[in-house]
Design a protein around this ligand. Structure first.
Ligand code: PEP
Length: 266
């Protein structure tokens, strides 16, 4: 069965609640009636409930940008999957390079000190498992740094990340999860990964899923590409056999550009 494309917008730390509501309203109009592409937006935590009201009963799903592996308690600043579900989410991104600390200044002299939010493959795996247990579906992100790519270590890094992040799910869960290949050097830089290379790495990830969960799961699992996807380059990327969608940052902040990306996945 062909895999249904899935385009998700990661709004990161952008948009006030009012701006998020306006963006969601505009997008809803532009993509009304599209049912052959799964669509999700992931606003900031504080905008989730209001944006969720706008897109309720539409073809746009709601996602969180991160979560934790506890339901409630003394975990200052954390948001549980149950809370995301309560706000209307059906998806959650886990392991984005910006929450892993695999981004930007982590490579400078502050490395080890300034690790941003400090996710690692094990916590990403725990978050994804707990998301499933709470009724959410995870988008599990992975990707290599520029230094790792230049050292010829891309495949090794992706395999190491996937072997831990994807460990211990049921086959049914593994079929429903989404994996996002996001080379860190391509995120927010305008430097999109060559489409054949993105397809190659997504194929590598599919091969790892096959080894871990079998051919049926590998054929069903959706693998997104993320990293400077925009309305101009999306069609080329999304035409590739192993790329089943996109995780979009900057271009998801403009309704018309994001709608064009969604339409190019059809
Ligand atoms: C992202 O946030 O996951 C992302 C890929 O960002 P951008 O599209 O801006 O590169």
């Amino acid at each position: 069965m062909p895999r249904k494309p899935f385009i998700a917008g990661n709004w990161k730390m952008n948009k006030t609640i009012a701006e998020g509501v306006a963006l969601a309203n505009e997008l809803k109009g532009l993509v009304a009636g599209i049912d052959d592409v799964d669509i999700a937006v992931c606003p900031t935590f504080v905008a989730l409930a209001k944006v969720g009201e706008v897109i309720e009963h539409s073809n746009i799903m709601l996602g969180g940008q991160n979560t934790f592996w506890k339901e409630s308690g003394a975990w200052t600043s954390q948001i549980s999957p149950q809370m995301l579900a309560d706000a209307g989410c059906s998806w959650v991104i886990v392991g984005h390079s910006e929450t892993r600390g695999r981004f930007g200044t982590v490579d400078d002299e502050l490395e080890g000190v300034l690790s941003y939010f400090g996710d690692n493959d094990t916590t990403v795996n725990m978050k994804a498992k707990y998301a499933f247990a709470s009724g959410l579906l995870p988008i599990i992100a992975c990707g290599e740094l520029l230094s790792e790519r230049e050292a010829g270590k891309t495949d090794e890094i992706i395999a190491a990340q996937m072997n831990v992040c994807l460990d211990g799910f049921t086959k049914e869960q593994a079929m429903k999860m989404v994996i996002a290949y996001e080379p860190v050097w391509a995120i927010g830089t305008g430097q999109v990964c060559d489409s054949d290379e993105a397809d190659r790495v997504c194929g590598l990830i599919r091969g790892i899923v096959k080894e871990m969960y079998g051919e049926d799961v590998a054929e069903a699992v959706r693998i997104q590409y993320g990293g400077s996807v925009n309305d101009k380059n999306a069609a080329e990327l999304l035409s590739k056999p192993n790329i089943d969608g996109a995780l979009v940052g900057g271009a998801a902040l403009k309704a018309d550009a994001f709608a064009t990306i969604i339409k190019s996945a059809k």
